[in-house]
Design a protein around this ligand. Sequence first.
Ligand SMILES: [Zn+2]
Length: 165
Amino acid sequence: MPIYLRDTDIAVLNALLKNGRKSLRQISKDTGISTPTVKNGFNRLVNIGVIKSISPILDLNKITYMNKSKNNKSRDIADIAAKYKQQLRQLQNNTKKKTNVQVVKGMAVNLNCDYCKTPLADKIYMFKFANFERFFRCNECKITYKKKYSGRIKAISKGSSYIRH
Ligand SMILES: [Zn+2]
């Protein structure tokens, strides 16, 4: 059973799709949604796996190859140049064209149980620690997960991860 994206989620996603460098505080200013609500929304989107990562889009026209060493043999230079070309090709493959995609009202997220990986049912069992939220299909999954990862959960609860400002 997919869960609907909240209005806050939609606002945060669209702001970051437009500009991934935008601070959560700026998003709050632009949207009129309070900063804590924007922060919680962002953390939640990371937790449910909708935001996998935020990565730069490079302008590959700005990147070139320069031979630094004067004593390289011509064969070495050819090797380095070939390697450079290969890396650049990989970058080109990774750099997706910036399109004006938008998240719209009514979009929902498919969520699977964080323990047994089956799709979540109507009733969701949630477990929160630090900035993390985990979702389970049944209470047994939640209990087993907490037992299995108790060490890691304790360690994470002491310090907090991925707080954006
Ligand atoms: Zn489960």
